[in-house]
Design a protein. Structure first.
Length: 95
């Protein structure tokens, strides 16, 4: 199930594809860029945490493809949580 949400002037669109109850794949569209492949997961308290996709670096190490400023990452996580809950509720309503 894909949930979408129009955001503020900064967060134009968030798409969440749940994989089970505690993991989801999220994409965020900003005015000039689309951040795809964010992994969203719920911790034990139910709070959503985001992880950027990893890319190969030198010496066999992996690094995040991009970094989000802490306050901005929290805004995206909160919006992803809202969309995720809507998608889950819609899916439960169907079956």
């Amino acid at each position: 199930m894909t949930g979408e949400c129009g955001g503020s002037d900064l967060l134009q669109r968030i798409t969440v594809r749940p994989f089970g109850t505690d993991r989801a794949l999220a994409s965020v569209t900003l005015p000039t860029v689309r951040l795809a492949g964010l992994w969203a997961r719920r911790d034990a308290a139910g709070k959503v945490k985001l992880t950027a996709p990893m890319i190969a670096g030198g010496g066999g190490r992996e690094y995040p493809a991009f970094a989000l400023q802490p306050g901005f990452a929290e805004r995206i996580a909160e919006a992803a949580d809202v969309v995720w809950k809507r998608a889950t509720a819609a899916e439960r309503g169907r079956y």
